[in-house]
Design a protein around this ligand. Structure first.
Ligand code: 4NP
Length: 157
């Protein structure tokens, strides 16, 4: 069975495309590509159709990760289409939850903060790097690298 994973942030040009890229790199390294379908989306629509932010793409490329996805906005159907919705922060979590009309939707099993899978870090939100400096983009990748190892471990159990 293919597991379908959707990473979500606000603009879908920094954190969630980075998560998608890190996840794709890790499943490729482990020869697990055939078991997963991966995508990302934003809760906002300002950057729809755009490639990831050049600062995020450059920072990922230094680590050998090419980000090729284009921004799209999450739609209610995604919540049914995907098995896991991994959000970057609590604002994303609230925005995603607000799309759900069905009262029996399994929110807590399907929708999670990505850093709930982190082993090394004590924080539970991936900070938005958009208005900050280079450090923020490196931090995004450090956090995602660790959490996505934990996520993949939990998915292949
Ligand atoms: P992201 O970062 O949610 O990680 O893609 C942002 C990108 C753009 C904006 C905010 C956050 N923006 O306000 O345009």
């Amino acid at each position: 069975m293919i597991k379908k994973i959707l990473f979500v942030c606000l603009g879908n040009i920094c954190r969630s495309p980075a998560a998608e890229g890190v996840f794709n790199q890790k499943i490729k390294e482990r020869n697990l590509e055939q078991y997963f379908f991966v995508d990302s989306a934003g809760t906002g629509n300002w950057h729809v159709g755009n490639l990831a932010d050049p600062r995020m793409r450059e920072t990922a490329l230094v680590r050998g990760i090419e980000l090729t996805s284009r921004s799209r906005q999450i739609v209610e159907q995604d919540l049914y289409e995907f098995d896991y919705i991994l959000v970057m922060d609590r604002e994303n979590l609230q925005n995603v939850k607000s799309l759900i009309k069905d009262k029996s939707f399994p929110i807590s099993t399907k929708i999670k903060l990505i850093l709930s899978y982190s082993n090394k870090f004590q924080i539970d939100e991936v900070p938005d790097p958009y208005y900050g400096g280079q450090n923020g983009f490196d931090k995004v990748l450090d956090l995602l690298d660790d959490a996505i190892d934990g996520l993949i471990e939990s998915l292949i159990d």
